[in-house]
Design a protein around this ligand. Sequence first.
Ligand code: HEM
Length: 328
Amino acid sequence: MEKRAALSHFQPHGVLISDAAGRPARRAFTEAVLQPGRPLHELAAPFARVIAEEAAGLPSAATLDWDTFNVTWWRVVRRVVLGSAARDDTTLTDQLERLRLDANWAYAHPKRKQLREEFRRRLTGHLDRAEPGSLAAVIAATDAVDAPDQVAHWLFAFDAAGMATYRTLALLASHPAEQDRARSEIDGTEPAQLSYLRACVLESVRLWPTTPMILRETTEETAWGPAGTTVLIFTPFFHRDPGLPYADRFEPDLWLDGRAAENPALVPFSAGPAICPGRDLVQFCASTMLAALLRDHGYEQASGPVLSPERPLPATLDNFHLKLKPVG
Ligand code: HEM
């Protein structure tokens, strides 16, 4: 109920807020296009080219700040999802941002029908182009179910992916041994399945989940109450369980050596039938962007909260004020 009230501001027919009848077809469409379970999406090669081109536009010798990174990230997102013709359509993503701000107020904010219609018209225009090398082309070749509403969710969710990517870079900048290991994985192959960098991204989302609250409604009576009871799973409670030896440390290896797989309470991308279908695409885009940034030099932290292997990592991380300086 909560999710529906919030998300209906910009994606009333999105898979995440569908009822039991509408859900299977929307989920199937989403999986067909986003291709979870494939570390390399069928369009990984053109996506890697887009990421390399946009990363090359970042000033390589200057200190990197969030605003600069975020502009580049959104160019990548619009190109990957909608095609290069959408690269500079900041109006589209600004409109979505305004609708999302309303969504935070859920039922307490009236719906802006006109803005939603304008956003949808603009988005549909991009999807209709079905530009080769973009998700829009895959959509055009798939049995689409309320495509603009599904894509509105994808665009919105890519915001979290940008934050996770930038926070991963901050972790690497403050953990020299892990940064060296990540850099040694980058050999210029494109597209590449960068296992260690992907594990670093998962670690960033474990430490600072971008979806810290997973909501469910029970369908039958449970120990917590009658059917229809809302259950809130607060993931930081589990991800930072003081009983875990790695709770407050940056430890990418746990995603590679089986420790994360053994612990069902680590759910950076959720779990079960609603597990994030964008998880592989996110890890691909994030790790490829990080590889592009780290190929020629490393980074160290220039400002922001202290992140260090010597002390517990903070419970939250404000990415907006983090600055990272190139070194080496
Ligand atoms: C760091 C980035 C991201 C994280 C941490 C993340 C995490 C999550 C989580 C935790 C859920 C499940 C919510 C629940 O169980 O109720 C979810 C659902 C979803 N995510 Fe992501 N997500 C990310 C980015 C993306 C991206 C970029 C896309 C699309 C390209 C995407 C597509 C979706 C969709 C469609 C759902 C709804 C699935 C359903 O209801 O069946 N996500 N995501």
